[in-house]
Design a protein around this ligand. Structure first.
Ligand code: ATP
Ligand code: MG
Length: 316
């Protein structure tokens, strides 16, 4: 019973929240409760109000109307600095300081709490390992010596280090190539599973929303149109627009095949043609007419074979 109670403990509540710019409502009358431990995904077209909603949570923006409640208290009444320690933020581009090492960058949230980088080091190193960055190799590197995906991993470590109650993520993987994006999606899903930190994740990618969210909120023109589990959104869309959003998913691609594990790792791939991760399965089938093994572009060992393709199709 205690476990159940813990699962439905409201962490953040929107109470009739609007944000108005020059009489235009960027966010309209949103009421929403996010439970502790949820992986909540806000999804919607460009300009629908997702970022505005997120920024009101960490008080980068103030609601024009309504209130936001955090652990039972109106955030407007909380002292800003301690409140911010409870709220981690991961942006679209990593926003690392270019003149600071990975270790120093990752430690800034702890520095803000008065913990020196030296003292923070063991914890940062442990988190770096956790996100797949060997601290011996990466701790002293500078941001320009990292790939985009690695920079986002450091951004995640920075947010996690302070052990916030909630982590806000605004399209954190949208600038990455499909393979890195998939790896990072799997990583945050795994971290969430393990740490159970509440995550509020913004994306305009419906596939990403369905893959990651334990619940999804669909925004349109500033309105929160529907809040449901991924299954219910797909099976019972509230209106035609929501249905259309989740139906206009692109044809499956090579990335989808890879995400489900239909690939091989091969040592010698020097003679293989390459296929792009964003190629459709029709294009892949076409490529197989010439060669039954295709190297996935952007890496040296990941190969999709005709057999992988058939296994995938058989499963659909
Ligand atoms: N400072 C501002 N002044 C006036 N209008 C603004 C301001 N910031 C945002 N808006 C408007 O509010 C609406 C919502 O913007 P918001 O950034 O929340 O959208 P979004 O859903 O995050 O879009 P995207 O997917 O493109 O990031 C947009 O119409 C935008 O033009
Ligand atoms: Mg945005």
């Amino acid at each position: 019973m205690e476990h159940e109670a813990a699962q439905t403990q409201p962490l953040i509540q929107f109470d009739h929240v609007s944000k108005i710019y020059d009489q235009e409502k960027a966010v309209q009358n949103v009421s929403l409760t996010i439970q502790k431990g949820e992986f909540f995904v806000l999804v919607g077209a460009s300009g629908s109000g997702k970022t505005t909603t997120l920024k009101m949570i960490n008080r980068l923006l103030t609601p024009s109307q309504g209130r936001i409640i955090f652990q039972g208290r109106d955030i407007a009444a909380l002292p800003l600095k301690p409140y911010r320690h409870h709220v981690g933020y991961v942006l679209q581009t990593s926003a690392l300081f270019p003149n600071m090492s990975v270790l120093e960058n990752a430690a800034v949230t702890l520095n803000a709490q008065g913990i020196k980088t030296k003292a923070a080091r063991p914890k940062i190193e442990q988190l770096l390992s956790e996100v797949g960055l060997d601290p011996n190799k990466y701790a002293q590197r500078m941001p320009h010596e990292l790939s985009g995906g690695e920079q986002q991993r450091v951004g995640i470590v920075r947010a996690l280090a302070a052990e916030p109650e909630v982590i806000l993520m605004d399209e954190p993987f949208s600038a990455l190539d499909p393979i890195s994006r998939q790896q990072l999606q799997q990583l945050v899903a795994k971290l969430h599973e393990k740490l159970r930190t509440t995550i509020i994740f913004v994306t305009h990618d419906m596939d990403e929303a369905l893959q990651l969210g334990t619940r999804i909120g669909v925004m349109q023109h500033g309105l929160l149109e529907q809040v449901d589990t991924p299954t219910d959104i797909v099976l019972h869309p509230k209106n035609a627009q929501v249905a259309a959003m989740f139906k206009t998913q692109q044809a499956p691609t090579v990335s989808d095949l890879i995400a489900l594990g239909f690939y091989q790792l091969k040592d010698d791939t020097s003679n293989l043609p390459t296929i792009k991760p964003e190629s459709t399965l029709a294009e892949l089938a076409q490529a197989f007419l010439n060669q039954s093994e295709q190297l996935v572009q952007g890496n040296d060992h990941m190969v999709v074979t005709q057999h992988d393709y058939l296994r995938y199709m058989a499963q659909q």
